[in-house]
Design a protein around this ligand. Sequence first.
Ligand SMILES: Cc1ncc(COP(=O)(O)O)c(C=O)c1O
Length: 503
Amino acid sequence: MPSSSPSPALLMPQVLLEATLQRGADAEPLQRQLHRRLQEAILAGRLAPGSRLPGSRALAEGLGVSRNTVIAAYEQLSAEGYLRPDRQGTRVAALARPAAATARARTGDEEALSPGQPALAQGLAQRLAQIQPTGAGTRFGLPLRPGVPALSHFPLAAWRRALDRAITEAGPGALAYGEPLGEPALRAAVARHLSVARGVRCSPEQVVITEGAQEALSLCARLLSNPGDRAWVENPGYRGAKAALRAADLTLHPLPVDREGLCATAQDWALHPPRLVYVTPSHQYPTGAVLSASRRLQLMEDARRHGCWLIEDDYDSEFRHTGESIGAMQGLLPQAPVLYVGTFSKTLFPSLRLGFLVLPEALLPRLQGPLGELLRGGQRHSQLALAQFMENGEFARHLGRMRRLYRSRQSALRQALQQHLAVPHQIEGGQCGLHLCVRFGSAWPDQALAEQAHRHGMAPSALSGFALPPGPADNGLVLGYGNTPSELFAPLVQRLSGLMQAL
Ligand SMILES: Cc1ncc(COP(=O)(O)O)c(C=O)c1O
């Protein structure tokens, strides 16, 4: 027990926890149990926002666990935004909880389900519910939506010809399962494209065709880590990566991003060494920062020293608009400790659901077998059509056309922001890709603005939805220009500006 007489706010977690931590060979690790108990108590409102938790030593003594167990649970909850360390200790943070999470927390998981429904997998739904909303909704065709390419400019006729040819040539044989790691012709075409366009060092054997970048990220998380391991993520950062890492039961450790990209200090490596690091070096999502060469080299050296793997997500760098083309981090060094992830969602179209993962050569002997067990080799006609599309030059021609289109759309969006956004703001990013990041003061709360915008037929994303947890500087909008015609930017930005003034 703590030596001084604790206030009721300090006593509560002990009362709450004492009876429920389970021990024994079959029990979950104590740190995970403690983390979950505290998280449940906060979500359910049993630990009120602002209330102070006991010091790690006192709680450790009270529970009969090691102090490191308590520190690790506090650290994880702080990183996830549930706790807020301050000068006097650790307090419960004020959470902006989505309505569904609030209802579930109030009634308890089981009660929130209708009778007869099976219980949700304990933890997974809860872990994914912790990812902030962006207010952009799921209407992917709306203007200003980030990440959507110019759908009406896709060469559907050429794609249909490639599909027809693939179906004719491969016939019903390709209706069976394919090679688990992907069609050999596509793996070869991807390896060639990556080495020419991105400087990636790889052979076709290292390429795994996946269901978009999302499956590649999930595979990295599941194949290269154990539940409870720590993964570093960029803050603000890509929500899909956080979902994949969280679903694999990894503890997320957010690191800040500045103009040179991810900032990882020697202290971070010493105090919170990761198993995996997720990074978007060519075009940080969503700020658009480019990871500097010195940070890339340092990151790879540190990763090697600590025996961890870097996951490089190179999701939109085929569309470079300014400056020198920057090659992939993976290609900077031979035998780089990098798993390289890419996607056809931006270069072609998102519903194609094709992407790729380039495995480090050193991992091939260990991963080919498990991947063969996990994957089934589907979408074979699409894979074959795509291989042909890449080999006959259609893909490169499409990229060239789209690069020009996105460049002019970005410049129209910048002009519209300059002329019509009537609040002080700062534009970031834009060296490549399909979106710009615009920051402004917290007098215009971005979540409310994104929701209003959605009601008015636009789908920008709230920047705070990418942060973990959001700070005052993470207020702004991520504006997609890929699927929005240039002539719409002026009226759309005028509408946004009007909404901001009305907030
Ligand atoms: C950072 C980042 N990575 C990857 C993707 C693409 O994911 P997928 O290939 O699963 O569609 C996106 C799409 O928006 C993204 O923003």
